[in-house]
Design a binder for this molecule. Structure first.
Ligand code: ASP
Length: 429
């Protein structure tokens, strides 16, 4: 009983950090046998997933309904532009760091064995764009198809926004009732997010313990250079690109990172931007003071298409594989990587490990297909082996990027309330 009281009284972030470190230590001590705690982590991930679609639908409808449609267009264009620019920067940085660290140089992998059955089919760009328009929006929601859901929720929200200004009082009242209903639904979901976060420290402990139990020592071994290069590039992107972007929009970067930390840590441990979305939205609203009209749209969009961490990882890993198989990438191949990695990261789903699957598309574009038995497949499987560790960092950066761009857009639109940035204060729920 006392323990429970102590648990709930201690600061949440402190509890999460304790869970994180204790998990890493337990994983390193117990090795693969720590697997037995994995259900505790799975519950946490399931709880987060459970609320993703309701949070997105309700918040986006309320967001779109509370902002003038023309304004929504402006927010959308700004967000898309910043998302694309930061991602292109990210791959370039990944390639730069990879060229400096040269992970994999000196390895001489020859074809034998390797990763089989890891082929992926990537739909064409046109197809992807066409499929944003859902045939059945309810199916999109139940299938968890984010872009289709965003499309429908915005359309619905815009309809509400128009009707709330109708001349006809009956319609105006009805639209306001619909608005109030979804607003209430969104608030209820935020409450649930807060409850789930109370469980986070235990879930975090289990998730990290399993990763370190299985792959911890390997990260310090021969693949250490890849891990180091990926993390160095991630940190550089954080320190240079995001800080630069925020400074450009007159937002203090350090304070921003402090305010956003809860979402960043959740992304780090869950390895899913999609799963972290409810926490990012909570952070945007309560810690960063961003208006719903902006974040309700830019965050789900970012969690779906903006993956800077993934782009960096792809840049570094393609270079690693090139060096490892004795075929370092030429300059023009690296330019191709910039383009395909941007597209691949857009197409990467915000779930654990999907960046590693899309890496195959990037490899294909420079003539290094992952075919069973080839040296490329061997190098690829080595990276695949430590994917969880790389995924933690890249997902944390993916989510930081979504929040940084959202913050910049909100500032530009005058929708950022920096009043709540004082000393870890939260806006009242
Ligand atoms: N896990 C990453 C995310 O959810 C995607 C990836 O695997 O790169 O953002």
């Amino acid at each position: 009983m006392k323990l429970l009281r102590f648990y709930f009284k201690t600061n949440l972030l402190l509890r999460i950090l304790i869970g994180l470190s204790a998990g890493a230590v337990a994983g390193l001590i117990f090795g693969p046998s720590i697997q037995c705690v994995s259900p505790l982590g799975d519950i946490f991930v399931r709880l987060l997933k459970l609320i993703v679609m309701p949070v997105v639908v309700f918040t986006l409808i309320v967001g779109a309904a509370s902002i003038h449609p023309a304004r929504l267009g402006k927010v959308g264009v700004k967000a898309l532009l910043l998302y694309t620019i930061t991602t292109a920067f990210a791959v370039a940085l990944g390639l730069l760091v990879g060229n400096v660290f040269k992970p994999g140089l000196g390895m001489t992998l020859a074809g034998a064995g390797g990763a089989g059955g890891l082929k992926t089919d990537t739909p064409s760009l046109l197809q992807t764009i066409l499929e944003i328009v859902p045939l059945n929006p309810f199916k999109s929601i139940t299938d968890g198809n984010m872009l289709q859901t965003i499309f429908f929720a915005i359309l619905f929200g815009m309809g509400v926004a128009y009707l709330r200004e109708s001349e006809d009082q009956r319609i105006r009242n009805a639209a306001n009732t619909v608005f109030a209903f979804f607003d209430g639904c969104a608030e209820v979901m935020y409450k649930v997010v807060n409850w789930i976060l109370e469980y986070a420290p235990i879930g975090v402990f289990a998730l990290i313990a399993v990763v370190f139990g299985e792959q911890g020592p390997e990260a310090f071994g021969p693949l250490g250079m890849v891990t180091l290069s990926v993390y160095a590039a991630l940190l550089l992107h954080l320190g240079l690109s995001y800080s630069g972007l925020l400074l450009l929009f007159r937002v203090p970067p350090f304070k921003f990172f402090i305010q956003a930390k809860q979402a960043i840590i959740t992304a780090f441990v869950t390895r899913s931007s999609g799963g972290t979305l409810p926490v990012s939205m909570d952070v945007a609203e309560k810690q960063l003071g961003i208006s719903k009209g902006v974040y309700s749209f830019t965050l789900p969009l970012g969690a779906t298409i903006n993956m800077d961490g993934t782009a960096i990882y792809q840049g570094v890993c393609v270079l690693f594989i090139g060096f490892a198989v004795g075929a370092p990438l030429t300059f023009s191949q690296q330019m191709t990587v910039i383009l395909t990695a941007v597209l691949a990261s857009i197409g990467t789903a915000g779930v654990p490990g999907s960046g590693a699957i899309m890496l195959m598309m990037v490899l294909n574009s420079v003539g290094m297909a992952v075919e069973p038995g080839t040296a490329v497949a061997m190098a690829y499987s080595m990276i695949f082996g430590i994917d969880a560790l790389l995924d933690m960092g890249r997902t944390a950066l993916n989510v930081t990027g979504d929040l940084a761009v959202t913050c910049a857009v909100a500032k530009a639109e005058g929708e950022l309330d920096e009043g709540c940035w004082q000393e870890g204060e939260r806006r009242p729920a």
